[in-house]
Write a protein that binds this ligand. Structure first.
Ligand code: HDE
Length: 671
């Protein structure tokens, strides 16, 4: 094969810089003879290849990242000295990585799972990492339990399955014996755990942090990211089918959005409160299984993050980025949340084995963008060449050797004089009230999704007593939820509720915790698929495309053949996707513009019939012309507010901006 000519290709060399004359054939004794050990070009190439992999992250292994910037819009100078939170208008470069938790690096993007939301701010005062999730609470209250919860959710050790799924015995066994997990379980079973896009998730720092002013006075802060595109989730059947349709659905979506200039953006919000405020909360803010309802402490938006550059190369950037919650800057400090305290140890430790030594901060993606200097030396892969005699302090031999500075990081002078104990605070003992708060704050369809998710997950659990123990816990959260799940599992009687250390209280509902009601009616950032075939009405296709694009959507043409279709105007319209490989799960709304003949033909094609059946089942808007009615009929699609004529463009666009929740009870038996 001839390589393409042109360009000014630099010479290919070995890693030692030796130009290579032949990159196709190894060195042999005769054309058909044995390969020679002397072939350093071959040996170096293969050796490097053999070592291309590094250990994947033990959790959050599967992730996608992007570069961008953060801009402060409102100063927090009253509370903190941190420049990143006080200099309005200043732009700070960031790198953000989004991840699933349970699956390996090569697993799918759309399992039911928590999403990691980690941001590295390269500030003038050093790197600040806000390493959060898309859910504001966590499974456990103490770092001691982290290896257990992770072992339980990952594939079972004897059989090595299931990959990237919590629907199995070991996970639910652990959870059923861990009442503190109940609040998080409500979130994990909600639609938050099956997002439509990484661009449409919220982010939460979870723990309380401290902001410190110039006098060292402390205000507590919780950090929240709000997506400008609004929250959006999939429906569970859609998430399952996406796993088959496109393993990389979220990664591709983020890549395509950034490459096409539709830069995802989030507002950064903070909840600020004092020690005195906290003393009045009906829960302990240091307990990471608790959130602070926005109705109690409102969110103040202070800045905006935009992701506008995809990494040049996945491995050196997204794979080698090393986040660490201990990376904070002067003016920010930790709280005593015991989960956070454990995390402060874990991340640096894990990077040592994952990235191979103590100099991983020199890898470009991890290096601060402000000057940095100290007396740490040597170690694997040292890239710096420090000059001079002095690598210690105190010293008097070198005028430019680094010294500690009064402007440096200071810790809040929290009084800590308790006895050394292994004891869980009594204020952490209420495990059900906020689980109830979350469940009861949801809209009816969301409650049905939570109940159905529990039925799905527990139906994959083989051990009866684990299923029953879980339903027992649900009785404390909401008796009706327990009944629905018991019914969905086919239990004859409600299992007993376990003893509750603190009886659940009824807290005021927090509508801010919903997704469905808070979704934006918009086509911005969404994708509309139009199915065409030979003879499709060109004007109808053009009108639909124009209106969808005007509303902000990306439009993709789908046809039985990639070459596209010869439309009614005699022009060929190229397809973006071939029907068999582009199921409707990858779109937010679909339209079909087909001639009578094409409609009759595609009514016998399973891929086309599934296209409409799934779009209907996944509560999407469908526009179809007369020719396409045969396909709709074959797919069991019946007319409702979201199923419109292809000519009713405005109605289609309005319906496409949202999901057809009213349709759900007609297409699915929810618990
Ligand atoms: Fe993590 N977590 N975690 N975690 N975590 C890791 O660090 C750990 C926790 C989170 O995109 C690891 O570099 C412990 C809460 C994200 O690279 C590891 C505990 C939250 C990411 C680790 C927690 C998170 C990680 C694995 C309990 C939300 C991915 C590889 C005490 C606030 C960051 C690595 C990325 C990654 C430990 C709990 C978020 C092993 C011990 C709570 C987003 O260090």
């Amino acid at each position: 094969m001839q390589q393409q000519a042109g360009g000014s290709h630099p010479p290919l060399t070995t890693a030692q810089g030796i130009p290579v004359a032949d990159n196709q054939n190894s060195l042999r004794a005769g054309a058909r003879g044995p390969t020679l050990l002397e072939d350093f070009v071959l040996r170096e190439k293969i050796t490097h290849f053999d070592h291309e992999r590094i250990p994947e992250r033990i959790v959050h292994a599967r992730g996608s990242g992007a570069h961008g910037h953060f801009e402060l819009t409102r100063s927090l100078a009253k509370y903190t000295t941190a420049k990143i939170l006080t200099e309005v208008g200043a732009r700070t470069p960031v790198f953000a990585r989004f991840s699933t938790v349970a699956g390996g690096a090569g697993s799918v993007d759309t399992p039911r799972d928590v999403r990691g939301f980690a941001v590295k701010f390269y500030t003038q005062e050093g790197n600040w990492d806000l390493v959060g999730n898309n859910i504001p609470v966590f499974f456990i209250q103490d770092a001691m339990k982290f290896p257990d919860v992770v072992h339980a959710v990952k594939m079972e050790p004897d059989r090595a399955f299931p990959q990237a799924a919590s629907a199995h015995d070991t996970f639910w066994d652990f959870i059923s014996l861990t009442p503190e997990a109940m609040h998080m379980i409500m979130w994990a079973m909600s639609d938050r755990a099956i997002p439509r896009s990484l661009r449409m998730i919220e982010g939460f720092g979870i723990h309380s942090f401290r902001l410190l002013d110039s006098q060292g006075r402390s205000t507590f802060a919780k950090f929240h990211w709000r997506p400008e595109l609004g929250l959006q989730s999939t429906v569970w059947d859609e998430a399952l089918k996406l796993q088959g349709a496109d393993n990389d659905f979220h990664r591709r979506d983020l890549f395509e959005a950034i490459q096409s200039g539709q830069f995802p953006a989030w507002q950064l919000g903070v909840q600020l409160f004092t020690e005195e405020d906290a003393a009045k909360f009906p829960f302990d803010h240091l307990d990471p299984t608790k959130l602070i309802p926005e109705e109690l402490v409102p969110l103040t938006v202070v800045g905006r993050m935009v992701l506008d550059r995809w990494p040049d190369n996945f491995f050196p950037e997204t794979e080698q980025v090393a986040f660490c919650p201990a990376n904070i800057v002067p003016g920010i400090d930790f709280s005593d949340d015991p989960l956070l305290q454990g995390r402060l140890f874990s991340y640096l430790d894990t990077q040592l084995s994952r990235l191979g030594g103590p100099n991983f901060h020199q890898i470009p993606i991890n290096a601060p963008k402000c000057p940095f200097a100290n007396h740490q030396r040597d170690g694997h892969m040292q890239m710096d060449v420090p000059k001079g005699r002095v690598n210690y302090e105190p010293s008097s031999l070198q005028a430019d050797s680094p010294r500690a500075t009064p402007a440096g990081f200071r810790t809040h002078t929290t009084v800590a004089d308790g006895a050394k104990v292994r004891l869980r605070a009594e204020s952490f003992a209420d495990h059900y009230s906020q689980a109830r708060l979350f469940f009861r704050s949801q809209s009816a369809p969301e409650q049905a999704h939570i109940a159905s998710a529990l039925v799905f997950e527990l139906s994959k659990v083989e051990t009866a007593h684990v299923r029953e123990a879980m339903v027992g816990h649900l009785r404390h959260i909401d008796p009706d939820l327990a009944r629905r799940v018991a019914d969905g599992l086919g239990l004859d009687a409600l299992p007993p509720a376990p003893p509750a250390r603190v009886p659940p209280q009824d807290l005021p509902p927090s509508p801010a915790l919903r997704i469905i009601d808070r979704m934006k009616d918009t086509l911005q950032g969404r994708c509309v698929g139009i199915l065409v075939h030979d003879g499709s009405d060109a004007a109808a296709v053009a009108a639909l495309r124009k209106a969808a694009e005007k509303a902000g959507a990306t439009v993709k043409i789908v046809a039985p053949k990639l070459g596209g279709a010869l439309l009614s105007n005699g022009r060929r319209l190229a397809a973006d996707g071939q029907l068999a490989g582009t199921p409707s799960v990858v779109f937010d709304a679909v339209a079909l513009v087909l001639s009578k003949e094409a409609g009759a033909m595609l009514a016998k094609e399973a891929a086309a019939v599934d296209w409409v059946r799934d779009a209907f089942g996944h509560l999407k808007a469908i526009a179809a012309d007369a020719g396409a009615q045969a396909v709709l009929k074959a797919g069991g699609v019946v007319r409702d507010a979201g199923v419109v004529e292809a000519g009713e463009v405005a109605a289609f666009i309005a319906a496409a901006k949202t999901r057809q929740w009213a349709r759900e009870p007609k297409v699915r038996m929810l618990a």
